[in-house]
Write a protein that binds this ligand. Structure first.
Ligand SMILES: Nc1nc2c(c(=O)[nH]1)N[C@H]1C(S)=C(S)[C@@H](COP(=O)(O)O)O[C@H]1N2
Ligand SMILES: [Mo]
Length: 303
């Protein structure tokens, strides 16, 4: 009989064992970044690949998902019964072939792969998460955007029956976000279907959410039902709520402070009682890949 110590059967260990297996047999070209310690000097910004994965329990219990309430534990406590099937996503607007796809169709048409990305919340904390997802450009190319498609608007579900937060005017419901077309087409921009090798938990935005790793976390809309290609820059729910605090671009930028706090450093979630702070890096550490998208732009003006 095989005996397991209870502590060995954690989502991280199952995940690591599977990763070791995959690595050994060379089934994927992906890489994993698991260093043991966070030993960074006060000023030097660590490279993303040196950061430790955040534990599953933090990723799934410390969430922002205002449809379920504004407390960090509201999403996990209130989303358990949220219905994610049936679920259709409409991709339309300035496109030649609008599509309505069920989440099952999406999962078969666009196989998910692993992407380890750091999520940097505008509130000043971050997590490193092994997402499962696929590039948004795969779905956008299927609908053939017209030459008028300059921006992409993302709309989350509107369902106040199931989402208690939507019964209060906290934000302009449903949650809306947007990207410029070149940002949306960038290979780092993914639609997420899971994390830690498993189906996406409801509190993290099941069945489909966006993840744009060089932007503040709020750009990554959860529970998406509509992806609309549009000619004019869409107004996001956060821009509408507080235009001086939340701009359209919202690129992670340690040199542009939020009007009420500095963005120079971030608190690493899950690293002990006093979470260490590390310096925040330009574009959340993805500058080599995305800085060219903003060449010549004043990022203080276009924050
Ligand atoms: N629909 C919806 N999407 C959302 C939010 C939200 O309140 N509603 N919060 C955003 C914010 S502020 C962050 S930091 C991330 C958090 O994602 P996570 O809970 O998976 O870490 O989701 C973003 N997506
Ligand atoms: Mo956030």
């Amino acid at each position: 009989m095989i005996k397991f110590k209870n502590s060995e059967i954690t989502p991280e260990n199952i995940y690591k064992n599977r990763r070791n297996f995959i690595k050994k047999f060379g089934l994927t070209a992906g890489s994993i970044f698991l260093s043991q310690n966070l030993n960074f000097s006060a000023n030097a910004a660590p490279k993303n690949e040196d950061l430790k994965l955040t534990e599953y329990r933090y990723i799934t219990t410390y969430n922002n998902y205002y449809e379920f309430g504004t407390g960090k534990s509201d999403p996990v406590e209130r989303s358990e019964k949220f219905k994610t099937t049936p679920w259709d996503i409409i991709i339309d607007g300035e496109v030649e072939n609008p599509l309505k796809l069920s989440i099952e169709e999406i999962n078969t048409m666009f196989p998910s792969e692993e992407r380890i990305y750091k999520l940097r919340c505008v509130e000043g904390w971050s997590m490193v998460i092994p997402w499962l997802g696929f590039p948004l450009n795969k779905i956008l190319n299927k609908v053939s955007p017209t030459s008028k498609a300059k921006f992409v608007k993302f709309v989350s579900i509107l369902d106040p029956e199931q989402m208690i937060g939507q019964r209060f005017p906290i934000l302009d419901w449903p949650y809306k976000e947007g990207l410029r077309i070149d940002e949306a087409m960038h290979d780092l921009t993914i639609l997420v279907t899971g994390l830690y090798g498993k189906k996406l938990p409801n509190q993290n935005g099941s069945p489909l959410r966006l993840m744009v790793p060089w932007k503040y976390g709020f750009k990554s809309a959860k529970a998406i039902v509509n992806i609309k290609l549009v000619e004019k820059m869409p107004t996001s729910s956060w821009m509408k709520a507080s235009p001086k605090e939340y701009g359209f671009y919202s690129n992670v930028n340690p040199t542009v402070d939020h009007p009420r706090w500095s963005q120079a450093t971030e608190r690493v979630i899950g690293e002990g009682i006093i979470s260490p702070r590390i310096p925040t890096t330009m574009f959340n550490g993805y500058g080599d890949e995305v800085a060219s998208l903003y060449a010549g732009m004043d990022l203080k003006k276009y924050f």
